[in-house]
Write a new protein. Sequence first.
Length: 135
Amino acid sequence: MITVTLTKPRHVAAANAAYAATIPVQPEAGDPIPAPYASVIAYVQALLTGWAESWADSTGVDRIGVFEFVQRFETVEFGAAQTLALTDPIAESILANLRAVQHVRLGSDAAIQGIGYLVSAGVLTSERAAVVLHY
């Protein structure tokens, strides 16, 4: 985790002004229009998350080849996933998606949810899932 603190008054004022600019003007009195962000902190967090996502995409920090990904599983674990896929359509879908791509993004929702499903099905432990998804 990285925590960022804005200390210069100029930066704090700019963050507040930029946040205020995201709040739409109400067309008529009494018609509430929700702000796109709950607070200036949520607004800044969203910006930082967007920048961090672009850094992850441009560096490929969490992208590995499918073969390298499969090698992270112990033979027994991957065999259990294949056996499960014979009767479980979700497990079959996970393996089909894996066959259809050249790379796996370890931090993607699909990878995290797929590995999470294998944990819930007893194919992997939480500790092994962390090893498989580590980058």
